[in-house]
Design a protein around this ligand. Sequence first.
Ligand SMILES: Cc1ncc(COP(=O)(O)O)c(C=O)c1O
Length: 441
Amino acid sequence: MNESRPPPAEGDVNVSPARAEWRASLSDAARAALDEDERYFLRQSLSTPCLAPIVRAEGAVLTDVDGRRIFDFHGNSVHQFGHGHPKVVAAIRREMEALPFCPRRFANAPATALARCLVETAPHGLDKVLFAPSGAAAISMALKLARYATGRHKTLSLWDSFHGANLDAIGVGGEALFRRGLGPMIPGAEHLPPLNLARRFFGDDKPFERFADYIDYALEVQGDVSALIAEPVRWTTVEAPPREFWPRVKDSCRRHGALLIFDEIPSCLARAGTLYACEQFATTPDILVLGKGLGGGIMPLAAVLAAARLDCAPDAALGHYTHEKSPVACAAGLATLEVIEEEKLIDRANTLGQRGLERLQGMQTRYPVIRDVRGLGCYFGVEIGGDDPAGLAERLMYRCLKRGLSFKIGGENVVTLCPPLTIPFEQFDEALSIFEEALCG
Ligand SMILES: Cc1ncc(COP(=O)(O)O)c(C=O)c1O
């Protein structure tokens, strides 16, 4: 590679006017740092071009190189208790000094303790655990386990879903962006409509009952599906089905010999207002996949929890990951569960959830561009309407960034707001005021 080759200009990428204006607002130092980033990293959708170079992440606030303070309501959904919680940092430091790594075939206390804690806190019947270094890797293990347990390979999953960006996870996922240009996906991955389009495909009269009937039919007519995998609540659009839906689907899976896998990677661990999101849907899956905040927002850590009867593949390599029992990541996980309990973060998620919903619903009455407001625990989706919903959502994102609030846009036009559960009320209110100001222009 020619060392003197300049980084690709922003013009190489499809840059919107809102993006160009944002970049122009950065200092020379910030722009130079972004150019340096682009010079060395392969570009990829949704990650590049970067927004700004940041130098601190503390609590609910990111600080960029220009000294701009930005409330982090994005955080890749890892930051249940903000960035750098002292208890998690201390646990990581301690474990790094004591046991920085655990080679395969050895046991270690933090890993065993975290596995025990997860089993003890998870809905009854999820008694076995495996850890993985990423959500996508844990999804891979869940899919393999379902194949071994059922002797079948087919899956049912939802169009427009996301379960990670590894090839197998993309195969069961349904987001076009991730599949485009990759050629054939894994065989036997059948797809169903997404939750947010239930009405479009099943009508206004009891759409979810008809959707559940359709799933039952799809499982029956094939007769050889290993698992149905889904998020209990679709995270990008904050779309939750009615409470009766998942129990019916679970029952269909049981009758047709398929397993139910819930992907709670972003929604687990108090974020949804319960420790595990599935508690709100009266459904314990056969396999539950956790991730993101499990590592305290610092360590990469995900987990598969499974019914003990699925411990059926001792001769198979389900994960075989180098960091399959990382003592440091597991120490962070243990500290995470302790912080959730000590700081009563489930209650806090519900209090903030109520406060946020009321505020956002108030905005909905004042700003017709807000088509809908949804929430689950301390997580909110604001669906933008109007003539150009996706364009406006993007403009809102940049307007908010300039004023000090970062968030993610899901499903093209849903502003998703994911604050730390520990955020002080004043900061929470201030961040929502920034959003309201941005709605005004
Ligand atoms: C629902 C869901 N599943 C799986 C994943 C993949 O997790 P990871 O990025 O840790 O591989 C994500 C990440 O955003 C997710 O939101």
